[in-house]
Design a protein around this ligand. Structure first.
Ligand code: ADP
Ligand code: MG
Length: 261
């Protein structure tokens, strides 16, 4: 756990939340076999929101995030992403995957491909983007995450923080409208956490809709417009950061905060 002070000016004026709904989850339940992992989840995310999902280990944060791009299937209730309901229809799943980018704790870059090849693989082979255009887009996003000079290197030659920024750039190359982050900084050394958070802050400042599972409470305070607390498969409490941290309502939230802050 960490509460890194972010020493950079954060321009919240650019982080506008619109009235348009990006994700709508209604009465959603999920089981792993007989284990009821997500219970009656109701959540509406508007375009431009930056949501931090917090909660103890095993509370269902990853499962919730993974249901939103159908890496996991829910069994009850409804998930609608950008107007498309998540069903077993493969066409819908393709559409969702193209609109929702995901970034994990482990970067999952292909070790035998260069950074540039990692970034252009899906655009060329999945999206059928012409190679020249895919390379231009990849270089644009590598500039954005501030490591264009690493384009021809292999992942193993980069630091963890650089690899995670490559992973974010790789998602961005697919031009997602929503980004999901699952503990993107948890595997990183402290000095590298900040550079990844900086990249995430820049995305937020550009108006990206973001759901982030993270223990970085400094990020939650300064960047999130809403913090959601999960425990035992439920959304226990949600509020704007100031209220969430200074005036938690439930005993479970208070206990959690007392342990991490
Ligand atoms: P969190 O991300 O909050 O730590 P997870 O969503 O990973 O929580 O897991 C929630 C619960 O579901 C945990 O008890 C975990 O052991 C269980 N779980 C996660 N993935 C699976 C799976 N594929 N099969 C069975 N149980 C799982
Ligand atoms: Mg998790």
């Amino acid at each position: 756990m960490s509460d890194l002070a972010l020493d950079r000016d954060i321009d919240r004026s650019k982080m506008q939340v619109s009235d348009e709904v990006a994700i709508e989850i209604t009465n959603m339940n999920k089981w792993y076999g007989t284990f009821h992992v997500l219970r009656d989840i109701n959540l509406t995310v508007n375009r431009g929101e930056r949501i931090v999902i917090a909660g103890p280990s095993g509370s269902g944060k990853s499962t919730l995030i993974r249901c939103i791009n159908r890496l996991e299937e829910h069994q009850q209730g409804k998930i609608v992403v950008d107007g498309t309901e998540l069903t077993s229809d493969l066409k819908n799943i393709d559409k969702i995957r193209s609109e929702v980018g995901m970034c994990f704790q482990h970067f999952n870059l292909f070790p035998h491909l260069t950074i540039l090849e990692n970034l252009t693989l899906a655009p060329i082979w999945v999206r059928k983007t012409p190679k020249k255009e895919a390379i231009e887009t990849a270089m644009y996003f590598l500039e954005k995450v501030k490591i264009p000079e690493q384009a021809d290197k292999y992942p193993g030659m980069l630091s963890g923080g650089q690899q995670q920024r490559v992973a974010i750039a790789r998602s961005l190359c697919m031009k997602p409208r929503i980004m999901l982050f699952d503990e993107p900084t948890s595997a990183l050394d402290p000095e590298m956490i900040k550079e990844v958070l900086d990249t995430m802050i820049e995305l937020a400042e550009e108006g990206m809709t973001m759901l982030c599972v993270t223990h970085e409470m400094g990020f939650a305070r300064q960047v999130a417009n809403r913090v959601i607390f999960m425990d035992q498969g439920q959304i226990v409490e949600q509020n704007e950061p100031e209220e969430f941290f200074n005036n938690p309502k439930s005993e479970r939230t208070k206990l959690f905060l007392s342990q991490i802050l």
